[in-house]
Design a protein around this ligand. Structure first.
Ligand SMILES: [Zn+2]
Ligand SMILES: [Zn+2]
Length: 93
């Protein structure tokens, strides 16, 4: 039998243990600090990248939005995958 005794955070997609006002420690703290449990720090202006660390242009089709990491470079993703495959091949032969 599954008990429902342990309350969890009311924020959608957050199932951390409840701490106060319906929120988990993280969201509760965020509320105390900013007045909004969903508030995340705004991105620093002037830091919007136009190129990835490997120098691929971050625009158009070369960009995809990662769920948690934000804007990512497709070309790097492809290279990473190719390297990974190459490594796996190398490991088996
Ligand atoms: Zn939470
Ligand atoms: Zn790249």
């Amino acid at each position: 039998m599954r008990g429902r005794a342990r309350p969890v955070c009311v924020i959608e997609d957050c199932d951390a243990p409840h701490m106060g006002l319906g929120w988990c420690q993280k969201h509760y703290r965020r509320f105390k600090r900013t007045g909004d449990p969903l508030k995340v720090r705004p991105p620093v202006p002037g830091q919007k990248k136009t190129h990835c660390i490997r120098g691929h242009e971050l625009s158009g089709d070369n960009v995809y939005i990662h769920k948690t990491k934000g804007r990512r470079c497709r070309a790097c993703g492809r290279e990473w995958l190719r390297d990974k495959r190459a490594r796996e091949k190398g490991a088996t032969s």
